[in-house]
Design a protein around this ligand. Structure first.
Ligand SMILES: NC(=O)c1ccc[n+]([C@@H]2O[C@H](COP(=O)([O-])OP(=O)(O)OC[C@H]3O[C@@H](n4cnc5c(N)ncnc54)[C@H](O)[C@@H]3O)[C@@H](O)[C@H]2O)c1
Length: 447
């Protein structure tokens, strides 16, 4: 009999994972504690924007015409426990308020709600990004609170999907990492992932702490790479160098590589910033804080870029106050091809300028509803051209393709002053300058 799979917590990670598991051929039951999310998913609607996800969902959600019917959603824990051979735990692990540490309350709550219903053998698989040591603690919790006792086993299987490529990354992962304590758990997970493994995805088997650490180590490395090139951008700015050329040149070295070397306003989102902070906090608890003090610097380089963008904008407006100045902001999400505005550098910059008296108008292809909820006092426009109307300066803060395809000449007719600042080093300076714009980008020479 084919395995039956449940997915608990159907946000960015869980909704994608549930649809992908159905695509791999399994019967899947998703659960969330937010009724509106479940109702949307039951109608085949995705509660967020992720390319290709809605199509995949509609292909499998029961009740949709022509669907396989393999994917269903519920809010009933007893039903989930009864249904599943494998339960994927995908709840959020945000940063604690006022602390660097990870807030484990959502994960813990999900285990508390599931455990008492586990009356038949099951593998509970953690996917959330958690502080090292959590799996060990949660395994003991399960053994103590599940009626089936040790037959409710835990495994840890961190997730590496990238928002914007989540469907592709889940169906064709570049690696699958599983932390297990028994052959049975490994065997079950090999079965779950048989299709991607047969297609070539490496399957790495390890213990709990290493599986947990792989995720935070990977994110720390990526954050370091971004902050490294942003530090180089700061030096380029001081020395009149060009960080884009510098990145291209060092990227030819295979040991360095070209990816993740685009200087700009830095990283954000629901993962990297909180994950590196939680990693530092956890290392401190373990007495290994010295090993990660460099991450503090990585974080401050990153946060400094947002302030630097604000200052670049001030300078472009002639210095001094933002009062009475109109600032158009292109981009609200933390990256393109997502509607995710969690800790978005673009919105942070927009917010800072607004708080200093600037009249900010934001446009984003997919992030407007989330941005409006988070920053209701910013101005919003329905199109890029509307956003830049009457602007004294235009800021390009999220590298959507739509912005690269804008016609600088058309936009030039709408603005008060043809000044554009590229916070992502993604626009073509020559194109904008040809259309009469003053073009500035982070870490690049002025002219
Ligand atoms: N978003 C990503 O790209 C990504 C990638 C890799 C790893 N992760 C990790 O995956 C986890 C989830 O991230 P996300 O971005 O999907 O978060 P999210 O906030 O989008 O989704 C979490 C979901 O869990 C639900 N939830 C909360 N408490 C619950 C409970 N007790 N029972 C059932 N459901 C509950 C929430 O309602 C929400 O729908 C985090 O640990 C994150 O660090 C995320």
């Amino acid at each position: 009999m084919a395995l039956k799979i449940t997915v608990i917590g159907t946000g960015y990670l869980g909704a994608t994972h549930a649809a992908a598991m159905a695509e791999l051929g399994y019967e899947v039951l998703g659960l969330d504690i937010v009724p509106e999310k479940i109702e949307m998913l039951q109608r085949g609607e995705v509660p967020m924007y992720e390319p290709g996800l809605e199509e995949l969902l509609r292909k499998h959600v029961a009740g949709i015409e022509g669907s396989t019917g393999r994917l269903r959603f519920t809010m009933d824990w007893a039903e989930v426990a009864e249904f599943g051979d494998v339960h994927f735990m995908c709840t959020n692990t945000p940063q604690k308020h006022g602390e660097y540490a990870c807030d484990m309350s959502y994960v813990d709550r999900a285990f508390e709600l599931l455990a008492p219903h586990l009356t038949r053998p099951a593998l509970v698989v953690g996917k959330s990004t958690v502080p090292v040591g959590s799996a060990d603690r949660l395994a003991a919790y399960l053994a103590a609170h599940a009626p089936v006792g040790e037959d409710a086993e835990l495994a840890w299987n961190p997730e590496f999907l990238r928002e914007g490529f989540a469907v592709q990354d889940t169906l064709h992962p570049d690696r699958i990492v599983v932390g297990v304590r028994s052959e049975r758990a490994e065997k079950l997970l090999r079965e779950v992932y048989a299709t991607p493994v047969a297609a070539g995805s490496p399957f790495v088997v390890t213990d709990f702490p290493t599986a947990e650490l792989v995720k935070t180590a990977a994110n720390s490395f990526l954050a370091t790479k971004i902050s490294f090139i942003n530090a180089m951008a700061e030096v380029c700015e001081a020395a009149d160098g060009d960080v884009v050329k510098l990145a291209e040149a060092i990227g030819h070295d295979e040991r360095i590589g070209k990816k993740f070397l685009r200087a700009g306003i830095g990283f954000g989102g629901g993962c990297l910033p909180k994950d590196i902070r939680a990693f530092m906090a956890r290392a401190g608890e373990l007495g290994a804080d010295q090993a990660l003090t460099f991450l503090r610097e990585i974080d401050s380089i990153n946060m400094r870029r947002r302030g630097q963008m604000v200052e670049m904008t001030r300078e472009a407006l002639g210095g001094g106050s933002f009062l009475g100045k109109r600032v158009a902001v292109l981009g609200a999400t933390f990256k393109p091809d997502s509607d995710d505005v969690r800790d978005s550098p673009a919105l942070n910059v927009a917010g800072q300028i607004h708080l200093q008296g600037g009249q900010v108008t934001v446009y984003d292809p997919k992030g407007m509803p989330n941005a409006l909820r988070l920053f209701p006092t910013l101005g919003y426009a329905d199109t890029a051209v509307e956003a830049v109307r009457g602007a004294d300066v235009v800021l390009h803060l999220t590298e959507w393709r739509e912005f690269r395809e804008l016609d600088p000449a058309t936009l030039g007719e709408a603005v008060r002053a043809r000044v554009v600042l590229d916070g992502r080093n993604a626009l073509d300076p020559a194109l904008w300058r040809k259309a009469g714009w003053t073009f500035r980008a982070m870490g690049r020479p002025t002219a």
